[in-house]
Design a protein around this ligand. Structure first.
Ligand code: NAD
Ligand code: IPM
Ligand code: MN
Length: 368
């Protein structure tokens, strides 16, 4: 079979640091396990701004469209905080999601048993946790019109963003959630604020109607977003699949990451529609950002990036065995007591980004 085309976009801050650890795994999988990938690497975000003057070049968008999968690091650089939104590093990830219509962002929050004690919550609250947040990623208040900052005649300034969702936008992401639920615990919780927002009310109506029409076998519940935030901390194991809009999904998934021990642990897959040839555009990204506060120190946790690569192998390259091998290796390394700073606890061995990556590779070699 042909080699799969992979586009690697390390981005800014800790992005390149954690991506380096993935590169070692890719190399070994290629030489030892017959993985056939053709890899292109490009600059995005602040790194692209510095070199090319824009956060995302059209050439990179073309490469992303042609790739079988994109592995994304993170973008964001405080040096570019003052420029217009379309020129900021973050425009790279927002632009890629738009250009490839990557509307469903799958954010699985699972607790590795050795990390139960790394969470700030009580062990019994999070032990065995396995939830999937399906976040809509190309609509909602992130992209709704009108938007902007205007100055009124009296000098008052007005910042405007608009939350918009249409029936097809809600249906396609809800389908992803229902389909996933059927493969897991068969329960979907749809989250909005229908008590305050028309877009939320429509969301609830459309999800309910779709459920009745096409997924009556799946258990559906509805929850207001503020309550959901509270319930995720109170009793997170009540959830199986959560489906929600762009902004609520962003916030709730950062919250959920702390159930697993650290933001540095949570991978994600951002998927487009299945096309006629059976393929779908897909981008894999940790949910964390460029972490400017720790960038350049070699202490970032590479596991979210590594686990995002495992998701890529599973969903886009159909290499379930390799995905499992990575996940088992991560689990074993954690069980052996190695910890990056963010998941460090008493009695464990604190290691660098590089040592953690090397340990995962070594464990994979042992297991294979
Ligand atoms: P962040 O996710 O970068 O960091 C939040 C906190 O978590 C920081 O204290 C950081 O040190 C820690 N952290 C994050 N990832 C870690 C890891 N792998 N290992 C250890 N610790 C980790 O969020 P922020 O500080 O709010 O944002 C920084 C920049 O990143 C901003 O420019 C923001 O827009 C951008 N951002 C980008 C993405 C993305 O590219 N997908 C996601 C989120 C934020
Ligand atoms: C994420 C990030 C992005 C988002 C930013 C960097 C645009 O926070 O991927 O979670 O808000 O979607
Ligand atoms: Mn986020």
């Amino acid at each position: 079979s042909q080699a799969s085309k992979l586009l690697v976009l390390p981005g800014d801050g800790i992005g390149p640091e954690v991506m380096r650890e993935v590169a070692k795994l890719t190399q070994w999988l290629s030489t030892a396990r017959g993985l056939r990938v053709e890899i292109a690497e490009e600059l995005v975000g602040g790194a692209s701004l510095a070199r090319h003057g824009v956060p995302l070049r059209p050439e990179v968008v073309t490469l992303a469209k042609e790739a079988d999968a994109v592995l994304f690091g993170s973008v964001g650089d405080p040096n570019w905080g003052h420029v217009a939104f379309d020129k900021r590093p973050e425009a790279a990830i927002l632009g890629l999601r738009q250009a490839l219509s990557l509307f469903a962002n799958l954010r699985p929050a699972q607790v590795f048993p050795p990390l139960v004690s790394a969470s700030t919550l009580k062990p019994e609250v999070i032990e065995g946790l396995d939830i999937m947040i399906v976040r809509e990623t190309v609509g909602g208040v992130y992209f709704g019109e009108p938007r902007g900052i205007e100055t009124l005649p009296d000098g008052t300034r007005r910042g405007v963003n608009t939350e918009v969702y249409t029936t097809p936008e809600i249906e396609r992401v809800a389908r992803v959630a229902f389909d996933l639920a059927r493969l897991r615990g068969n329960r979907v919780c749809s989250v909005e604020k229908c008590n305050v927002m028309e877009s939320g009310l429509l969301w609830k109506q459309v999800v309910s109607a779709l459920h009745e029409r096409e997924y009556p076998d799946v258990q559906l519940s509805h929850m207001l977003a503020d309550n959901c935030a509270m319930q995720l901390v109170r009793n997170p194991k009540q959830f199986d699949v959560i489906v929600t809009g762009n902004l609520f999904g962003d916030i709730l998934s950062d919250l959920a990451s702390m159930l697993t021990g650290s933001l540095g642990m949570l991978p994600s897959a951002t998927l487009g529609a299945v096309q006629e040839n059976g393929k779908r555009h897909a981008l894999y990204e940790p949910i964390h950002g460029s972490a400017p506060d720790i960038a350049g120190q070699g202490i970032a946790n590479p596991l979210a990036q590594i686990l995002s690569f495992a998701m890529l192998l599973r969903y886009s390259l159909k290499r379930e065995d390799d995905a499992r091998l990575i996940e088992q290796a991560v689990s074993n390394v954690l069980a052996s007591g190695l910890r990056t700073a963010d998941i460090m606890s008493e009695g464990m061995a604190r290691v660098s980004t590089e040592t953690m990556g090397a340990a995962v590779l070594q464990e994979m070699q042992k297991l294979a």
